[in-house]
Design a protein. Structure first.
Length: 247
């Protein structure tokens, strides 16, 4: 009687399990992406903590919280209260009425809102970030070398590289929610050899994010991590038009 090595017996089972994990995670991601892109309005509150890698340790670099309101027609209201990376702590609001976007920084000295043309992909870019890297990581990687609106507009005609490396991690409890966890990799726009490793905890009933951990990896080294949590999700509910009035 011939004996077959155990790894030859188990290998097909392992590969099949990995393929099922990949398919499950990718299906959940596509479901989330489609739900967000089809929604006429999106509302959510968020909290975020950014940690910067220093040698083998992580040091808290910034905290932020705020609100996101989106409506079809390129209308946006995004509030950030806190700090992004090395930026000074404060409160900033981005508001678009569909054609003009205004940036208002709330500081001790009063400043007039900075107004510019709203890029056609402003709303869709913010919506896409809710499925991919999250709000703080999205803003943090779009504020260098120009305004947020300019950098988003520069990507309007560029083809997005789809996420890869999908993996389902099963279910984990987040508060009172038994969330489904998926992982994937996605490219950082305008950067070479830089990617986000994203872990998403999805609500079992709504399939919307409960929590997200994003690790920025450059040259295969981890640079910083953002942990983001969400509450008060509302899709396709009416938003007061005054919220999109440019100041």
């Amino acid at each position: 009687m011939k004996y077959v090595p155990l790894f030859l017996v188990l290998a097909p089972c392992v590969l099949l399990s990995q393929e099922k994990q990949k398919n499950r995670a990718e299906a959940l991601f596509k479901e989330l992406e489609a739900k967000l892109s089809k929604a006429d309005t999106i509302q959510c509150k968020y909290r975020a903590v950014m940690q910067v890698k220093e040698g083998e340790r992580e040091k808290e670099a910034s905290k932020a919280e705020g609100l996101l309101l989106l409506q079809k027609g390129n209308k946006l209201h995004f509030r950030l209260d806190g700090q992004i990376g090395l930026q000074n702590p404060g409160k900033v609001e981005f508001t678009s009425d569909g054609t003009t976007v205004a940036t208002v920084e709330h500081k001790a000295e009063k400043r007039d809102p900075y107004k510019e043309k709203a890029p056609a992909n402003l709303g869709s870019a913010f919506s896409a970030s809710l499925a991919r890297e999250g709000l703080l990581a999205f803003v943090a990687t779009h504020i260098g070398g120009g305004t947020l609106a300019e950098n988003i507009g520069d990507e309007q005609d560029r083809k997005k590289v789809p996420p890869s490396g999908f993996r389902a991690r099963g279910k984990e409890r987040i508060g009172e929610v038994q969330a489904e966890v998926i992982e994937f990799q996605t490219r950082v726009p305008r950067e070479k050899d830089t990617s986000f490793h994203v872990t998403l905890w999805l609500h079992p009933k709504t399939s919307l994010p409960v929590k997200r951990v994003v690790k920025l990896q450059t040259d295969r080294k981890e640079a910083w991590t953002v942990t983001e949590t969400y509450e008060d999700w509302k899709l396709d509910e009416k938003i007061d038009p005054a919220k999109f009035k440019v100041p």
